[in-house]
Design a protein around this ligand. Sequence first.
Ligand code: NAD
Length: 377
Amino acid sequence: MFAPTTKRSGCATTLVASCRLLCLSFQLVTNKKRIAVVPGDGIGKEVVPLAIDVMRASGASMEFTTFDWGADRYLIDGTTIPSDGFAMLARDFDAIFVGALGDPRVPTNIHAKEILLGMRFQMDLYANVRPVRLLDASLCPLKNAKPEDVCFTVIRENTEGVYAGMGGNFKYGTPDEIATQEDVNTRKGVERVIRYAFDYARANCRKKVLMADKSNVMTYAGGLWQRAFKEVAAEYKDLASQHLYVDALCLQMIREPQSLDVIVTNNMFGDIITDLAAALQGGLGMAASGNIHPGRTSMFEPVHGSAPPIAGKNQANPMGAILTGAMMLAHLGLTAEAQKIEAAVLEAVRQKNTTADVGGKLGTCECARRIGEQLSK
Ligand SMILES: NC(=O)c1ccc[n+]([C@@H]2O[C@H](COP(=O)([O-])OP(=O)(O)OC[C@H]3O[C@@H](n4cnc5c(N)ncnc54)[C@H](O)[C@@H]3O)[C@@H](O)[C@H]2O)c1
């Protein structure tokens, strides 16, 4: 197992353990899992096929269907996602595996918005779950940090906030221009993601849920988050609850990451703090995530983007995508296979069979191949 048992919880703190809650709606099913694959752009197109090879090597019973949605397709025929795309994904697949979207040839990023934000918003994947695990002390930029010190999960609200796209420009392009970007927070949206965080903490033997906001200055939205958090926390008497302003949380993530357990926050703060969190685990190339709506087809993607400067150079770290694959398998109830993958990644990190971003000398393909070989041992 790639992460040790924590002193805090006495629970195994693997991605697999983190996904126990996610498995609830997918009980044990022996059928082949149907996975829709969107490699997307840039390094997404490199790491996704390799992560699929690793999932296959784990022995998981899965069937992959790849879709060419991304910048190349958009530039050929203007398609971002077909009109029935989201309905088809929800109807025909058990999960979606995405690489990354974003390409300098599409400066508006319209395809990425329609595909990625489209999945999150239109499929109502309201909980963005990002486990933060340090696999090996050598990967952490913090002095003397041990793997058990960096072991927490961020749950980011994924369908509202400033990402809702509400706002506009007035007197566009003139010296008098006004731009507004509205922060949309609904009682339903806030409460359900907070409840998800408490359920997640309970299912994973965690002890505490911390809510981060900026309610000292953003009083209307922050007030709603505060009230909902207090009310939901009162229903979970077995769990501790804590509040921090998001700036104070950033400080705590660096100075005392071992104090963190489960963090819940809004869309934008979650976006920002998870990049900081990724740095604690070795960088964007190591970070996995799931976009979840319990009981529905959910989507899994590495945290990193399409990294245009290194795309096509066999330099990208495939571990974030491979660990995302393990997270997806755990979500689908394929726990043993997920654990095998995590163990193989941990072994690769320990043996320094990694790409340069985390101190190794291997290329993308070789790194993934070694992980696949480890699985067959
Ligand atoms: N979920 C997504 O699809 C997603 C997320 C973030 C950014 N993007 C898009 O990706 C494009 C580039 O964005 P960015 O540069 O801000 O973020 P990025 O994650 O692509 O890259 C940030 C930095 O991390 C490095 N990096 C990222 N992944 C790596 C990996 N697997 N191995 C080694 N190094 C890695 C990159 O080289 C770069 O230095 C943009 O179009 C952006 O919109 C997409």
